[in-house]
Design a protein around this ligand. Structure first.
Ligand code: VG1
Ligand code: CO
Length: 568
C-alpha cells in the first residue's frame, strides 16, 4: 500500500489523564489533533510491539467515533500494523478491547457525548492493560516534537459489514463481539444457576444500558441466554449522544433506575453501566450497594458462588480512596492485599505477576484477573485476540447475580428471596460497616481548585500524629505516593489523605477525566463495628466528618461552591 507523509506541527495540551486523552469534540476535530496523538503513540512504542501485529479498535458508540475510526485505521496501516480487528459500527466495550493484546478505545467513558460534548481515546498495551505512565509520558513528549504523520492511502473502511478486507499486506476485520463473548462468560459463571433465578416469575431484574455500549450486549446475554424478560432492559440502544444522557451510573445520573428501584414493590435487582461498559452500579429493592461494599462482598463470596474462583482468589486490591471494607475481607481470608492510586492502570502489573485476582474502585468499577489468566480454558480463549469479554461490567453484574442465585439455590417459587439487602447486611454483621460517601464538585474554576489542593498539601506537610480535628485525632496525613511492588516505579501526588486514629478518613483529589475546569472529589469514610448502627443513612452517619472535610479544606472559600453536583 502507498503511504503518504503528512507534515504537521506539535499541538499543546495532549497529556493523558486518569484514563486516556479527553477533550471537547470540537478540539478533536481541529486539523491533525487526533492524527498527531495517534502518530505520537506509534513513535513511542518499540516497532516490535506493532509491526505486522494485530491491534483491536473499539468504542462506546459516541459521536465522532465513525470519523475517528477511519483516521486511526489509516495511521495504523501507515505505521506497519498488520491487522486491525474492529467491532461492528466501531462498537466494542473497554473491557472487551482489554481482553486482546493491545488496542484503542474511542470513548470518554462517563463524559456526555455529542457535537458539543466530549470525545476521548484510550490505548491498551500488550497484556490488555491501560497503557502505563511510562508510555503515556512518552506519547506526551512526542506530541510536542511531532512533524510527520504516516497515513496509508486506502479508502474508508465499511464498518457495517462483518468480514475481512485486505489492502496489500494490511487488513481490517469487522467482528461481532457477542457470540465469542458469551462463550467466555459461560466459562466463568454458572449460567444454569443464574438462569434458574432470572426465569423465576417472582424475581424481577432490570438492566439500564444508559444508551451506551452495553446496549449492544444486554439483550443477547440477559434476555436470550439467561432468560430475563425483554422489558428488563432499559435504554438498550447505543446512541451517539446517549439520548442526551450522562452515562455515569451513579445516584444522580442514573436517577431513572434509582426511582424504579425505590418505588413501592420495585424490582429485586437492578444495574446500570457507564458509557464504555467498564463500570456499573448495583441496586437491590430500595437498597443501594456502595461500590466499596460491592467489591468486598464479591471477594468474600467468590470462592463459593463463582466457578472461576473455585480455588480461591490470589489477592485483593482497591484504589486508595475506596473504603477499607475490602481490607477486612483480605485480612479474614488471609489474602495478599494492595492499595493503588485511582485508575485501573495500576492493577495490571499485580495481575500479570500473579498477585491479584479481584479488585475495585469506589467509582463503580469492579474486575478480576480473568482476562489475563494463564490457566485452562481461559488461556485457550485468550490466545485468540478477538475473543471478546465485557468483563468488568459483566463481572460485577453477573457476579452479583451469581451470589444472589447461589444464596437462593434451594428457593421454590413463592419462598421468600434472600435479597441484595440481606446479603449486604449479613456482610456488615460479619465484617462491620464502612460508611462511605463521595462528594463531587464538577467543573469548578481551575485556579481556585488548584489553590485549595496546594493549601491542603501545605497543611498535611505540617500535620503531626495526635493533632486534634474536632472529635477526631490524626493518625497521619499525606499526599499519597505509590511504589509498584512489581517494577518499583513510583507515582506521587495521588490524593491528600487525613487518616484518624479510629480509622476514619477524609481524602481530596482532582479528577483526571474531565475536559473543562477542575472537578474536586472528596471521599469520606468511617468504620462502624456496632450492628445496631448499621441501618443508619450514610449521609447522617458521616455528617460530622463531611462538615470537618469542608471546614479543613475551606472548599467554599476556594471554589465558591456551597454544595456538590453529585453525591454518591
Ligand atoms: C474517574 C474515577 C476512577 C476511574 C476513572 C476512569 O477518574 O474516579 O476511579 O478509574 O474515572 O474510569 P477521575 O480521575 O475522574 O477521578 V472510566 O470508566 O471513565 O475509564
Ligand atoms: Co468507563
Amino acid at each position: 500500500i502507498k503511504i503518504n507523509s503528512v507534515s504537521t506541527k506539535p499541538i499543546e495540551g495532549q497529556k493523558t489523564g486518569t484514563s486516556g486523552l479527553r477533550k471537547k469534540v470540537k478540539i478533536f476535530k481541529e486539523e491533525n489533533y487526533l492524527a498527531n496523538w495517534i502518530q505520537a503513540l506509534f513513535n513511542s512504542l518499540p516497532p516490535e510491539d506493532y509491526k505486522n501485529g494485530v491491534l483491536v479498535l473499539g468504542g462506546d458508540g459516541r459521536y465522532f467515533n465513525r470519523e475517528a475510526s477511519q483516521i486511526i485505521i489509516k495511521i495504523a496501516a501507515g505505521n506497519g500494523v498488520g491487522k486491525i480487528l474492529v467491532g461492528k459500527e466501531g462498537i466494542m466495550s473497554t473491557p472487551a478491547v482489554s481482553a486482546a493484546n493491545g488496542g484503542f478505545i474511542m470513548s470518554a467513558s462517563h463524559n456526555p457525548g455529542g457535537p458539543e460534548y466530549d470525545w476521548g481515546i484510550k490505548f491498551n498495551y500488550n497484556s490488555g492493560q491501560p497503557a502505563p505512565e511510562s508510555i503515556t509520558d512518552k506519547i506526551y513528549g512526542n506530541t510536542l516534537s511531532i512533524s510527520e504523520i504516516k497515513m496509508a492511502d486506502i479508502p474508508d473502511v465499511d464498518l457495517s459489514t462483518l468480514g475481512v478486507t485486505k489492502y496489500g499486506n494490511f487488513s481490517v476485520e469487522v467482528v461481532d463481539p457477542v457470540s465469542d463473548y458469551l462463550e467466555l462468560m459461560e466459562n466463568v459463571f454458572d449460567f444454569e444457576l443464574i438462569k434458574s433465578l432470572l426465569s423465576q416469575s417472582d424475581f424481577r431484574f432490570i438492566f439500564d444500558a444508559m444508551h451506551a455500549v452495553t446496549g449492544a450486549y444486554a439483550k443477547p446475554i440477559f434476555v436470550d441466554k439467561l432468560g430475563a424478560s425483554l422489558d428488563s432492559i432499559s435504554n438498550g440502544v447505543p446512541l451517539e449522544d446517549f439520548g442526551h444522557g450522562h452515562p455515569d451510573p451513579n445516584l444522580t445520573y442514573a436517577k431513572d433506575l434509582v426511582d424504579i428501584m425505590y418505588a413501592e414493590n420495585g424490582p429485586d435487582f437492578g444495574a446500570a453501566s457507564d458509557g464504555d461498559g467498564d463500570r456499573n452500579m448495583v441496586l437491590g429493592r430500595g437498597f443501594f450497594v456502595t461500590p466499596s461494599d460491592s467489591v468486598a462482598i464479591i471477594a468474600a463470596n467468590a470462592q463459593e458462588a463463582i466457578p472461576y474462583f473455585t480455588s480461591g482468589p490470589k489477592g485483593l486490591a482497591r484504589s486508595m480512596p475506596t473504603s477499607g471494607a475490602l481490607d477486612r475481607v483480605a485480612e479474614k481470608l488471609n489474602l495478599p492485599f494492595f492499595e493503588v492510586p485511582t485508575g485501573w492502570k495500576f492493577f495490571g502489573n499485580l495481575m500479570d505477576a500473579g498477585k491479584l485476582s479481584i479488585c475495585g474502585e469506589e467509582s463503580f468499577g469492579t474486575g478480576s484477573d480473568h482476562i489475563r489468566e494463564k490457566d485452562g480454558i481461559w488461556n485457550a480463549l485468550l490466545q485468540i485476540p478477538y475473543r471478546i469479554t465485557n468483563l468488568s461490567k459483566c463481572r460485577a453484574v453477573l457476579a452479583w447475580l451469581s451470589i444472589i442465585a447461589y444464596r437462593n439455590k434451594d428457593k421454590k417459587p413463592g419462598d421468600k428471596l434472600v435479597s441484595v439487602a440481606d446479603v449486604v447486611k449479613e456482610h456488615w454483621e460479619t465484617y462491620g460497616r464502612n460508611f462511605f460517601s463521595r462528594y463531587d464538585y464538577e467543573e469548578c474554576e481551575s485556579e481556585g481548585a488548584n489553590k485549595m489542593i496546594q493549601y491542603l498539601r501545605d497543611l498535611v506537610s505540617k500535620g503531626k500524629p495526635g493533632d486534634k480535628y474536632g472529635n477526631y485525632t490524626l493518625q497521619f496525613a499525606d499526599d499519597f505516593t505509590y511504589t509498584d511492588p512489581v517494577d518499583g516505579s513510583v507515582v506521587s501526588k495521588q490524593g491528600i489523605r487525613f487518616v484518624f486514629t479510629d480509622g476514619s478518613r477524609i481524602i481530596f483529589r482532582l479528577s483526571g477525566t474531565g475536559s473543562a475546569g477542575a472537578t474536586v472529589r472528596i471521599y469520606i469514610e468511617q468504620f462502624e463495628p456496632d450492628v445496631s448502627k448499621h441501618e443508619m443513612d450514610a449521609q447522617i452517619a458521616l455528617k460530622p466528618l463531611i462538615d470537618l472535610a469542608l471546614s479543613v479544606s475551606k472548599l467554599k472559600d476556594f471554589t465558591g461552591r456551597d454544595k456538590p453536583t453529585v453525591i454518591t
